[in-house]
Design a protein around this ligand. Structure first.
Ligand SMILES: NC(=O)c1ccc[n+]([C@@H]2O[C@H](COP(=O)([O-])OP(=O)(O)OC[C@H]3O[C@@H](n4cnc5c(N)ncnc54)[C@H](O)[C@@H]3O)[C@@H](O)[C@H]2O)c1
Length: 284
């Protein structure tokens, strides 16, 4: 199937980067959010990414302006009517995602593909509320989506093969590496990542270390390019907790991150996006 226009639903941490990545491949994209402020933040984030490329000599000024012109920032559902592929990136709650899928099903052409960027939830459950379960699949990007190459492509129970082929081709067109993975809670990468995050979060509390001590040690010894607490703050602690809860329910206590993560989320300290997480941030 030829993809002439993409929609990204949810202009948060992931949605903004996904829209930028699609626009960089010169594919028109509608970035939709119910929150006008989220759209404004996404626009200035994307502008900064484009300016960064221009400053490094990787993109000309006119090309940067042309890529920006590929993106329609919209709170209005009518902008979605001629979209070929929608990528849903709203918060990690099944009820909300199902509501979004029902709306997309109503608005988009019958053959359009409805994809979810869910980290851990069931694609089949999202597909079940639509009239087109064969055209629903997972297309799971990784943070930060404008840099990370991997995209997990997930079939629900009824997904057509041509939908998976189209999403794999689209991934390649936007310079990603698609990998087909089986549907199960957390797919592949988040099962590994969430189990290790849970272990290090419990370790922190058990031994009384600070986030800085652990992060600095991990970076100093080149175990990973970023410390786990810096990474968790950047991903969003609400998302990290939602995923940990889903995986705990599916697989048990090895995904229990201990008391600190849910306490931060309950206090609405969600990391970089709220200005406080394991670390404080000044919001510009
Ligand atoms: N943060 C990550 O590192 C990461 C990585 C991979 C996948 N994901 C997944 O991507 C999805 C989004 O995560 P995020 O971190 O970008 O969340 P986020 O909280 O940063 O952004 C979500 C956005 O969705 C918007 N929204 C809420 N309801 C909406 C609706 N009905 N219609 C349109 N927009 C709506 C919100 O206003 C917000 O701007 C989640 O399913 C998450 O699990 C996140």
């Amino acid at each position: 199937m030829y993809v002439k226009k993409v929609a990204v639903i949810g202009a948060g941490t992931m949605g903004a980067d996904i829209a930028y990545t699609v626009a960089m491949a010169n594919i028109p994209v509608v970035l939709r959010d119910v929150d006008e402020k989220a759209l404004e933040r996404a626009k200035s984030h994307i502008q900064k990414l484009l300016d960064g490329r221009v400053a490094k000599g990787r993109l000309s000024g006119p090309d940067a302006a042309q890529r920006m012109s590929q993106i329609v920032f919209s709170a209005d559902a009518s902008a979605l009517k001629d979209v070929s592929v929608a990528i849903e990136a709203v918060p990690e709650k099944m009820a909300l995602k199902q509501k979004v899928f029902q709306e997309l099903d109503r608005l988009l052409p019958p053959l359009a593909i409805l994809a979810t960027n869910t980290s851990a939830l069931s694609v089949t459950e999202m597909a079940s509320v639509t009239s087109r379960p064969t055209r629903v699949a997972g297309m799971h990007f990784f943070y930060p989506a404008h840099m990370m190459k991997l995209v997990e492509i997930i079939a629900g129970e009824q997904t057509d093969k041509d939908v998976l082929d189209t999403l794999s081709r689209l991934s390649e067109e936007i310079r990603k590496i698609p990998v087909a993975v089986k549907e199960c809670p957390g797919f592949v990468v988040n099962r590994v990542l969430t189990a290790s995050m849970a272990e290090v979060m419990r370790f922190k509390v058990e031994y009384g270390y600070s986030a800085e001590e652990i992060d600095q040690t991990i970076v100093k010894h080149k175990v990973a390019p970023l410390g786990p607490f810096v990474l968790a703050d950047a991903l969003g602690l609400d998302i990290a907790w939602d995923v940990a809860e889903t995986l705990q329910a599916a697989y048990g206590d090895r995904f229990d991150p201990g008391p600190e993560l849910p306490a931060l989320v309950a206090a609405h300290h969600l990391g970089v996006k709220t200005g406080q997480g394991f670390y404080p941030y000044s919001r510009s």
